[in-house]
Design a protein around this ligand. Structure first.
Ligand code: ZN
Length: 270
């Protein structure tokens, strides 16, 4: 009789435990259904309503893309809800939502004395990587030339205002950054030509074909790729490269993503 009681109590405990586990799983599944975004470590609870709203507008995007894009601020128009980037960092992100002030200085700026037009300056590591790349390209009889590198705020202001005057603000915004929002202001970006052709025709050169295969080996990425305008905010620019270092450049090329996507998945919170 005593033995029977013990077995009964043990059985009751087992059944009760199983019920609790089942309920918990149900709760977790329900939470996941209501909030599929929180499983990503770049999820921001304060953006939950924005994720939900963005998903309604883009029902086909995955939960991961919804979180990344809202974190990028893509649910706001370009140049709205902007943030100032105050410190130089070789992996900094400057785009249509993240800007540098007029007084921002690149502490590592050096002159580019070869493979470049006169007066060009770059961040030191970017310059070293570029010279190595241009030297190796030259061995294959290819000419890479830096035609635009570091730009000051005032230079960009002048450039943008000229484009806006001749082409209208809406058109100018697709290819020229407003002052403070240009990646050239970071000293980490280079526009290239091959000396003989105008840079806007760089895509149709042997140099571009070589860059497509080899730029990542030197730490450079094609910063504004084809069909990514909705993320980068810029038309396809075969001539514009950004230095991010070998490891990240390789990852970005292999996964066919933009620097924005890499930044918000791996760098923003670290
Ligand atoms: Zn450029």
């Amino acid at each position: 009789m005593k033995k029977g009681m013990i077995i009964l109590i043990v059985l009751i405990i087992i059944v009760a435990t199983l019920c609790v586990i089942k309920n918990n799983n149900k709760k977790i599944n329900e939470e996941k259904r209501n909030n599929p975004y929180q499983e990503f470590n770049f999820y921001k609870n304060e953006y939950l309503e924005r994720y939900k709203k963005y998903q309604l507008n883009y029902p086909n995007l995955t939960a991961k893309d919804i979180v990344l894009r809202v974190n990028m601020n893509l649910d706001n128009s370009f140049y709205t809800n902007t943030k100032e980037v105050t410190k130089f960092n070789p992996l900094m992100l400057v785009n249509k939502y993240n800007y540098l002030s007029k007084n921002f200085k690149v502490p590592t700026l050096v002159s580019v004395d070869s493979f470049a037009k006169e007066g060009m300056k770059l961040d030191k590591d970017t310059k070293d990587a570029f010279i190595k790349m241009a030297t190796d390209a030259k061995k294959k009889n290819l000419n890479l030339r830096a035609i635009s590198t570091y730009r000051t705020y005032d230079y960009q202001a002048n450039l943008y205002s000229n484009y806006a005057k001749s082409d209208g603000i809406n058109n100018a915004d697709t290819y020229s950054a407003r002052p403070g929002f240009s990646e050239h202001h970071t000293g980490l970006a280079i526009d290239l030509d091959n000396i003989t052709k105008i840079f806007t025709d760089f895509e149709n050169t042997k140099e571009f074909t070589w860059m497509k295969e080899n730029a990542y080996k030197y730490g450079f990425i094609l910063r504004y790729p084809k069909d990514k305008e909705n993320i980068t905010g810029y038309i396809y620019e075969p001539w514009h490269y950004r230095y991010v270092g070998y490891k990240i450049a390789k990852y970005i090329k292999e996964n066919n993503i933009t620097f924005e996507e890499y930044y918000y998945e791996f760098l923003e919170k670290s």
